[in-house]
Design a binder for this molecule. Structure first.
Ligand code: DON
Length: 305
């Protein structure tokens, strides 16, 4: 496979939709992103991984909800299937920050990728490590081989100031007896994990954890094969908000998007992918990113279907 040529063509598909979509503004520090920026990277799952990219693939951006994939991996590695008693594995069919759904369902979030689910996972990671966001940062540095990965304090402060809905979700979870740590602590680590800054290159390498069925970059096993399968499965049904059906239809890969316009995708057994374009569609997924992943799987035939 000539990765460079395939990625150039996927980037071409992204350029064709340039000018479509809107940059997320509810976290003010994200609102200034260039809507025309675009990057794509692919890291092979073989040992040693090789990484390829096009356009802005080395530009750092705020990973936001993509962090939820890796906090889930870290907790699942310790807790195994007991985690699924605290958080579901169904598509949400509701906005990712819905209070109504959480209340209706007795404080058990639909899946680990809606905000309430991620708060429960972060709470558990905090109990397990004593420093949930720090443990995540160390893990991402190791998986991507980039020791410079860090938090963007400006993004974290901005989200703290405007994060009323997440605060409400955390309090609702606490009211249902679902958090072991203080609400303040859980929110602080959740916001910090979302404010980690990485590039498409870094994230494609980190995604290889799932492409290698749970094997870390250093060759050790973090997840069993079935735990890695479970994360991929939940990404497929719940990783791209209420558009998971459309993304499965067009792209056919497990994927997790974030409001800053990144999308991490996995081709099990083959490679990790990351695309980034800050302009989002009405569901909250990167317009350019979905166009590029669509072109990628069409060109390569690499989908899970
Ligand atoms: O909590 C928030 O609203 C953001 N820090 C992350 C949201 C996001 O990227 C998509 N959520 N599933």
């Amino acid at each position: 496979m000539e990765y460079g040529r395939v990625l150039e063509r996927a980037a071409g598909a992204a350029r064709q939709v340039s000018g479509t979509g809107r940059v997320a503004a509810y976290i003010p520090a994200l609102a200034g992103a260039d809507p025309a920026a675009f990057g794509i990277a692919l890291a092979t799952a073989t040992d040693p991984a090789s990484v390829h990219g096009a356009d802005d693939w080395r530009t750092p951006f705020s990973i936001q909800s993509i962090s939820k994939v890796f906090t889930l991996a870290l907790v699942l590695a310790t807790d195994g299937d007991t985690l699924w008693q605290r958080v579901g594995k169904e598509p949400s069919g509701s906005p990712f920050n819905s209070l109504a759904q959480l209340e209706r369902e007795g404080g058990v979030p639909r899946n680990p990728f809606v905000n309430a689910g991620a708060l429960v996972v972060t709470d558990r990671l905090q109990t397990l490590t004593g420093d949930a966001s720090g443990a995540l940062r160390e893990f991402l540095r190791a998986e991507s081989g980039n020791p410079a990965i860090d938090f963007d304090a400006r993004v974290a402060v901005s989200e703290h100031r405007h994060g009323h809905r997440n605060a409400a979700l955390a309090h609702l979870l606490a009211d249902h007896g679902k958090l072991a740590n203080p609400v303040r602590t859980v929110l602080r680590h959740y916001v910090k994990q979302c404010a980690i800054t990485m590039t498409c290159r870094d994230l494609a390498l980190a995604a290889c954890l799932l492409a290698r069925h749970g094997i870390r970059a250093d060759g050790t096993r973090l997840l069993t094969r079935s735990e890695a399968k479970r994360i991929n499965a939940v990404m497929l049904v719940g990783g791209t908000y209420d558009a998971a059906g459309d993304v499965a239809h067009r792209v056919g890969l497990p994927a997790k998007s974030g409001v800053s316009g990144g999308i991490l995708a996995v081709v099990p057994g083959r490679c990790g992918l990351c695309v980034w374009g800050p302009a989002l569609d009405t569901h909250g997924n990167s317009v350019a990113g979905i166009a590029a992943l669509d072109a990628f799987t069409t060109l390569t035939g690499w989908s899970v279907f």
